[in-house]
Design a protein around this ligand. Structure first.
Ligand SMILES: Nc1ncnc2c1ncn2[C@@H]1O[C@H](COP(=O)(O)OP(=O)(O)OP(=O)(O)O)[C@@H](O)[C@H]1O
Length: 547
């Protein structure tokens, strides 16, 4: 129905237009005939003259119209309309070539383009040239700049890998430091060569003392870098064999001895001669790869921790200030073997028990001033149980073959942290390099490789200090026991020998043991074959501290 209606109106239109066209043709023909008649021209000339005249008249009308428009455009209302029209045309036209040129003049072309391409700043943003300083340093180039308002230093940090790509270097070539004056300021170092291509000399004693915290090594610029404190912190170090873990931990122990003053060392040398240089100043030094030895040290420290917790509870109950404990470092070189088992049910149970007490040690002991440092050359999924790994506040990974292995040392979510550094990309030929992940930040560093003489001097000095502390201690049963053992030249004395020497006449061995324990205030030690007695190192440690 509707369609038929449309058809009817369409037919009527056609009729009307045809009639109009015929009428127009007749009139045009009539006008041309009149002109021809009036001027006495032939038909072709009449048509040409008429067409030419009409075109000329059209041109004249266009000129008059344009002139009239220009004249009206100077009027106030007209100006307003023109400005509005310009504004409405396009914002790009408003920013216009002139303004774009101005922006280009103030933008730092290289940094702007690098950061835009890396996605650290928006495409419409610039790094202003007058807010950039470029400094050539020994190891590379430092770009100090302000990111645009609305952006922060962290936007660059998050895209550091991409920034490295734009600069045509690797992530390992870049370090980014924030500033204290503004969240917008960033200091980007681009190294000339891969990190640590040239070695840095080991630091002097004075440099170590001046460092705020414990230095672990040099950063890529040669500055000392490490952790602000080891209080309430433990460290896990992973890395493939021969990458420099033992050298690194020797460097850290040496720096601790210089920077920390007094503390007790419990060393478990799973590689038998990695930590030997510190044996004579250690409270307990064992060279063993036997899980039972590891377990006995862990248990000893857990006992110490419990005693310290009791003292803390006591102080709180009596409204006394919290007791200050002498720091203890438990350092284990090559820890993975201690969590291995033969697959038997008994073996698995041993591993579970050892893992549980190690987890407790690392977790609980922080409050009681006992820090654990575990090193492993097998950072495999099952080498150090997850429940133990998760407790470490500081983590380090030296060269490993894959990103997956790096996650074992640094944490499963490490690569989602801010500006991670992939240890699998380190050059395995430059020994001692590692990624330190502490307080949410990653730092690439190279451990110190101290000369033997330097370490011996530091160790001798600590030993002298320890001896003097005991010698000057006021007379006490403890001091008497130490003097006795030193005179006899023994490191361990069984309870039945020591008790009478200290005036205990009790004939019942158990009672004599209890009395001696009370007198010395130091827990006894069960030596080989279950013989109970006291170690000189424990007595010396007790004489130097109130632990
Ligand atoms: N920071 C360093 N500077 C120079 N050389 C180093 C550095 N760290 C380690 N090395 C050298 O690398 C080699 C391996 O070092 P180290 O024994 O410390 O490695 P490791 O990882 O403990 O090895 P493994 O796990 O096989 O026992 C040694 O020859 C050592 O001198």
């Amino acid at each position: 129905m509707g369609k038929r209606k449309q058809q009817v109106s369409h037919d009527e239109d056609l009729y009307g237009q045809a009639a109009g066209a015929i009428g127009g043709l007749v009139i045009s023909f009539g006008i041309l005939a009149a002109i021809k008649d009036k001027l006495g021209l032939s038909w072709p000339v009449t048509v040409l003259v008429t067409a030419g005249s009409l075109v000329f008249l059209g041109y004249l009308a266009w000129r008059i119209r344009s002139a009239a428009r220009r004249w009206w455009g100077r009027e106030p209302g007209g100006a307003k309309t023109a400005a509005t029209a310009l504004q409405q045309e396009a914002p790009a036209a408003a920013a216009g070539p002139a303004e774009a040129a101005l922006e280009a003049a103030v933008a730092h072309p290289q940094l702007t383009s690098a950061l835009v391409t890396a996605g650290a700043i928006g495409r419409d943003q610039v790094i202003k040239a007058d807010e950039v300083t470029i400094e050539q340093v020994k190891t590379g180039t430092v770009y100090d700049f302000l990111v645009p308002p609305g952006r922060t230093y962290a936007d660059v940090e998050r895209r550091l890998g991409q920034v490295a790509g734009v600069f045509g270097v690797t992530r390992l070539h870049l370090t980014l430091a924030r500033s204290r004056d503004s969240e917008r300021r960033a200091r980007l170092l681009v190294l000339d060569e891969p990190p640590f291509t040239k070695p840095f000399p080991a630091p002097s004693r004075r440099e170590i003392e001046a460092f705020e915290g414990i230095p672990f090594g040099h950063d890529v610029t040669g500055q000392l870098t490490g952790v602000p404190t080891f209080e309430k912190a433990s460290l896990l170090v992973g890395g493939m064999t021969q990458m420099g873990k033992t050298t690194l931990i020797n460097g850290i122990i040496t720096c601790l001895l210089i920077a920390y003053g007094e503390f007790d060392l419990y060393l478990l040398d799973g590689k038998f001669c990695g930590l030997t240089r510190y044996a004579k100043i250690a409270t307990r030094y064992e060279a063993s790869d036997q899980p039972v030895v590891f377990e006995s040290m862990v248990n000893e420290l857990n006992d110490l921790s419990e005693r310290r917790y009791s003292k803390m509870q006591e102080a709180i109950k009596n409204r006394q200030p919290a007791p200050k404990f002498r720091p203890v470092f438990f350092i284990v070189d090559e820890a993975a073997d201690f969590f291995a088992n033969d697959g038997s049910n008994e073996g698995k149970e041993d591993t579970r028990r050892i893992a549980e007490s190690t987890r407790g040690l690392v977790a609980k002991c922080l409050e009681s001033g006992i820090s654990t440092v575990l090193l492993t050359q097998r950072p495999a999924q099952n080498a150090i149980p997850v429940m133990v790994r998760d407790q470490f506040l500081y983590r380090m990974c030296m060269y490993v073959a894959s990103e997956g292995t790096a996650k074992v040392a640094l944490g499963d979510t490490y690569f989602e942290t801010v500006a991670p550094i992939n240890p699998a990309l380190l050059n395995p030929d430059i020994k001692g390099q590692g990624v330190l992940f502490a307080n949410g930040r990653s730092t690439l560093l190279r451990g110190f490789n101290f000369k033997d003489e330097f370490v011996w001097d530091v160790v001798d000095e600590v030993q002298d200090r320890q001896q003097k502390a005991v010698e000057t201690a006021p007379p006490s049963p403890l001091k008497q026991a130490i003097d006795l053992m030193r005179d006899k030249g023994v490191e361990f004395m069984p309870t039945p020998d020591l008790a009478p020497a200290l005036g205990i006449t009790e004939s019942d061995p158990a009672e004599a043991g209890k009395k001696l324990n009370k007198l010395l205030g130091v827990p006894s030690y069960r030596a080989a074959k279950g013989v109970r007695g006291y170690r000189l190192a424990d007595l010396t440690t007790a004489a130097m501290s109130d632990s």
